[in-house]
Write a protein that binds this ligand. Structure first.
Ligand SMILES: [Cu+2]
Length: 352
């Protein structure tokens, strides 16, 4: 009902503006109002172009001033993280420099060559040297960025089996994550959506007959030992999801009907990351904001104080609760991890 009323009001406002414009037009009859721009109009437009350029640069400076620090860029928590960050920073610097220069040229030329009575455009057919320069420079820069990106990507995606990576399955469904550890044999038991049996609590459709599945462990909070390479095998039960672990600079789509993978080595434990100055400041900001809404938050039954945790988020809009599809990740020492793992139930014991 509110939406309908809003639409009707918007239509009425539009009609009112249209009628007013018509009245203004009629009032202009008889004055020397011509549709052809004269020198004065061109001059105003020329200065407006330069004014708009100054406006764009001012906005840029203000953005850098107020929201320019990117704390996320300084705390990568995986071995390959700095490679992704470098790629990002180099791309951003190149884009920034090129955009600053070309934006200036665009506006300055519009100003310099504004229309003037009696001034004719100079016919300049082409210039091979100029064409060559402005073709070859973007070719070199873009090819450089793409090749650098490809090498980085290959380096990240290449899993060194000699390092004996730990195999974990990430299972996505609307709207939650599950993780399945492959147990002592480090081999995941076979799984298929057709084997899902809700009555028996086999929510991942793991094959009960498969010997490799006997030591698998299914959890809803991901624990990782620091310094240990992990290969994630991703599956989706329903629609396209994307496993996004921003602090580890990791993201991979989870596609129904196939298994995708991404590997990384976590390098900073959750406890250490909580001491990182950037994180401390960020957490303080969040808690200051939460304190301002203290009553509201406490009434809703949430914890008032926020504490930093790594997260696995979904980065594909997969439905109405997509925004809240997340799983906590805890990076800890090997001893802490082993102790935690001992308390978990294996797959056969978790069935009804
Ligand atoms: Cu999702």
């Amino acid at each position: 009902m509110t939406a309908l009323l809003t639409i009707i009001i918007v239509i009425f406002v539009a009609v009112a503006i249209w009628q007013m414009v018509k009245i203004f037009d009629l009032a202009q009859v008889g004055t020397t109002n011509t549709q052809v721009a004269d020198d004065q109009d061109n001059k105003i437009n020329g200065y407006l172009m330069m004014g708009f350029l100054v406006f764009i640069y001012l906005i840029t400076i203000l953005c850098f001033w107020y929201i320019g620090d990117l704390p996320l860029m300084s705390n990568a928590a995986s071995e390959h993280g700095s490679e992704v960050d470098n790629l990002m920073i180099i791309s951003m610097v190149v884009i920034f420099v090129v955009q600053t220069i070309t934006q200036f040229l665009l506006h300055y030329f519009a100003f310099k060559y504004k229309g003037e009575k009696g001034k004719k455009a100079f016919f300049y057919a082409d210039n091979n040297t100029l064409e060559f320069i402005w073709t070859i420079i973007p070719v070199i820069v873009l090819a450089g960025l793409i090749i650098y990106g490809l090498f980085t990507w290959n380096d990240i995606m290449n899993v060194d089996e000699d390092e004996d990576p730990m195999v974990i399955e990430l299972y996505a469904q609307q709207f939650s994550w599950k993780a399945r550890y492959s147990g002592n044999d480090n081999v995941l038991g076979k799984a298929n959506v057709r084997l899902i049996d809700i009555d028996r609590a086999n929510v991942l459709g793991v094959d009960e007959e498969d010997p490799n599945a006997q030591d698998d462990v299914i959890v809803s909070e991901l624990h990782l030992p620091v310094g240990q390479q992990v290969v994630f095998k991703m599956r989706s039960q329903d629609v396209l999801h994307s496993a996004y672990m921003p602090h580890f600079r990791a993201q991979m789509n989870c596609v129904p009907g196939m298994v995708t993978q991404f590997a990384f080595t976590p390098t900073v434990t959750t406890a250490d990351m909580r001491q990182n100055p950037d994180i401390v400041e960020k957490v303080k900001n969040i808690n200051d904001l939460r304190n301002e809404r203290k009553v509201e938050i406490e009434e809703s039954g949430q914890e008032l104080i926020y504490e930093f945790d790594y997260l696995l988020l979904c980065n594909k809009i997969c439905g109405k609760s997509h925004y809240n599809m997340q799983m906590k990740i805890i990076v800890e020492t090997q001893e802490e991890f082993d102790a935690w793992m001992k308390e978990q139930t294996t797959f056969p014991n978790s069935l009804n």
